[in-house]
Design a binder for this molecule. Sequence first.
Ligand code: CIZ
Length: 372
Amino acid sequence: MYQPPLDAAYSQATEEELHTRIRAAKRALGSRIVILGHHYQRDDIIQYADYRGDSYKLCKDAQRHPEADAIVFCGVHFMAESADILSADRQTVILPNLSAGCSMADMANIHQVERVWEELGQVTDVSRIIPITYMNSAADLKAFVGAHQGAVCTSSNARKVIEWALDRGDKLLFFPDQHLGRNTACRMGFDVERDMLVWDPKQTLGGNSPAKIQDSTVLLWKGHCSVHGRFTLEQVTLSRKVHPNIHVVVHPECTKDVVDAADSFGSTEFIIRAVEAGEPGSKWAIGTEINLVHRLAAENPDKFIMCLDPITCPCSTMYRIHPSFLCYVLEKLVQGTTVNRIDVPDDIKRHAITALERMIAITEQLQSALAV
Ligand code: CIZ
């Protein structure tokens, strides 16, 4: 989405001035707003978050605040859409910078997915395919999935959602991140060559033969995360050579060779829990977004924590939430104006909520099973 440039009151304000103004606006708004900060946000923003978390946890946190008129989501576009779908109708969701998108989410759009579904129908029985979309996808893809017996998943519940789907169908169409789908399916015993294929939406039948499609169980959309795609097997090997006994933990959006070589892998919440539970003096090489790695290092001074990639690169779209944008949306709210509202149309919301609620039901069953 297009974010018009901010006027001089914001773009030319000093950092110090912006922080003073953000604090004043937040104080003035009190419980009328709740500010959500994704783990990948810079510290300059996280310091104002009422909640920090992954996209799923933050949507759940916001639901605990029915009294708030506005939910200010410091994250990216698909996250604000999900919060809008799951929040009360009277609440507005605000994304401080409208151009904060997700390049992976943009790798699958509704026109492509509908065309792929039609193509699949020419070679196999689509009523036996369950579509699963990663949380990192636009609301209309979540609606597609909801309308076709599928569900949303996140990196923390992908396995459970895939198991659920395979109880209901014979195949999965998993989009947009091939790596999360592949890494999860491999851990479930599926074989990359025998059971999976990669679907390139730019090619007829995704670049596959009808026989391969009929024989495969896990159809992986050709999408990826540019940040997690930077981590390599060589970095894992080097970190172990330089720091013997280092524990390598990576995100499942990394490529399979990196995930296979790591000591453990999981969602941002998993990585945080793993590091926090580590022994004092333990060493950690982490393969995820750099703001989270730096925060973990600052908050766990008793451990050695480094990013697996020496030439670190932040998620450039997350980085678009600069304090000037947070200041802008908060001050406008103080003045009685809502700017940068993310409002998912009702026809999309109707089916997207089905897909999200299926995921929530599957996840909550998982949590209660773990608690037993
Ligand atoms: O679900 C999220 O928030 C993302 C993008 C990753 C994760 O593992 O938390």
